[in-house]
Ligand binder design. Sequence first.
Ligand code: B12
Length: 506
Amino acid sequence: MVLSCFNRTTFAAFRTPPPLDQRFRPEVVRERHVLLINPFYAKDVHASFGKHVLTPTLALTSIAAATPPDWTVECWDENLLQGPPPREPFPQVVGITVHLTFAQRAYELAAWYRRRGAKVVLGGLHVTSCPEEAAAHADAIAIGEGVGIWGRILTDAAAGRLRSRYEGSYRSCYRDEPPPRRDLLPRRSFLTTTSLIATRGCHNRCGFCYLSTRGLHMPYQMRDVAQVTAEFQADRQPYGVFTDNNLGSNPEYLRRLCRGLREVRKIWSAAVSVDVTDDPDLVREMALAGCTGVFVGFESLNDANIAAARKKSPASDDYARRVEILHRYGIQVNGSFVLGFDHDGPDVFARTVDWIESNKLECATFHILTPYPGTPLFAEMESEGRLLHKDWSRYDTAHVVFRPRRMSVETLEDGYAWCYRRLFSHQSIWQRRPADWRAVMPYLAMSYLYKRSNRLWYYLVRYRLTQLAWRGLVEITRLRHLAFRRRLDRNPSVNGWPVSVVPASV
Ligand code: B12
């Protein structure tokens, strides 16, 4: 009884947004003050709540960096469980980033601030894919890339001539953008505040990915290596996370980046596609540069699904060998799997988790296939009449929003929940432990903190203890990794190289 009450309180904080005080009336509006908000979204109870405080989104800090110097700027992330955004000083302009899963909350916040006299600008991926919908809730919308247009938006707002629509171009030179304002972040609230981004775009255009959204022209661009390493160095944290769509899209660039990152002497993780293992020497370069973990979009173990999504990828029966290459270089693998493709039957769940366990993937994330509006997948599902509804809050990859081809909605939803239950079970965590005995204890500590502590996460997040909880493990990992790099540097051969390092990412 006490436990269930405790569960209700802690879980509710991750499921329901903080209430907005409808009686509040601002006494004065602070001129040239802008508030940037990352709205609340409901967390999936099957997955880890810790995932949401690993590293911050770069949307707010990038926009903040483009704010003209005669404005003051504040950032607020509602997912840090500190309550609704601040109302004092009451801002002249509010900028809100919008993804489809939290569009409803973004609109609620927009209405609240507009009713009290602030000008509200909405931007972000969902605004780009559904501009008409967003425009109904804003004084102005920002479509596409925001950094290049933010200064103009604020100047127009101050002069009282805000237009209803601004369009930024992803063709603008990425290198010219100022570094994100990480100094505005509450540092203790994240495992690391060093979210980095080196490239924009991807060589793939998978039918389900937001990069294939109609009207989103994002050519592949790379930043200077020196720019990236300087940013990594400046944010004094031992661990960085690259939020690039695919850091391995251009292998030659990745090689140059790795050479630059060697000097930084920190550890990092990144999302890459599995073809990064085409060249094991590049994987070695990643390890020497401090890469301890990769997030790999395997998507499916069935090649027919990969082909239907138009993803260029090695054959799935070669995935195991490729995972082995990463493991040899001490790089942990967090595999991402999409469930519910047209060629998936009810056997997909056990098959996927069996494969994860037999190849000892340290972690995995599961996603129910979700057609994001504006993508080819969405157009296809809509034309076939397979969409169940357009309640975007449930387009979070944890709910079934379409009629699957080879199983029922219930089977897909239950199978998804089962995958997480099994992956986070004591037995599965133990089965996937690293071969090197020295790596086992830190692996277990990280696994249990990340995967089996959802009750604890409420307190860690609410009381800003996230960084404190992880910091020791991260620093031990960094030191062990530096020793590993020295050994690796002396031994150019990959064959038979022992995994003797405990990577940091989970
Ligand atoms: C870091 C990250 C996270 C973090 C933090 C997310 C958060 N919002 O707090 C974590 C790990 C928690 C996370 C979780 C999830 N994520 Co996520 N995540 C990312 C990731 C890798 C990087 C985001 C980022 O920093 N981008 C860089 C910034 C600079 O780009 P941007 O946000 O597009 O902002 C630019 C413009 O859009 C515009 N802009 C944005 N906001 C604003 C506001 C104003 C006022 C203006 C003027 C302009 C503007 O200007 C910015 C600069 O050009 C992206 C993939 C990616 N590379 O973008 C996925 C991504 C955003 N995530 C996605 C998803 C689906 C999820 C999950 C639902 C998945 C899951 N089941 O786990 C969850 C739940 C979170 C949610 N949004 O509901 C999708 C979103 C799809 C969509 N159409 O909305 C993406 C695109 C991944 C993908 N390939 O599908 N995620």
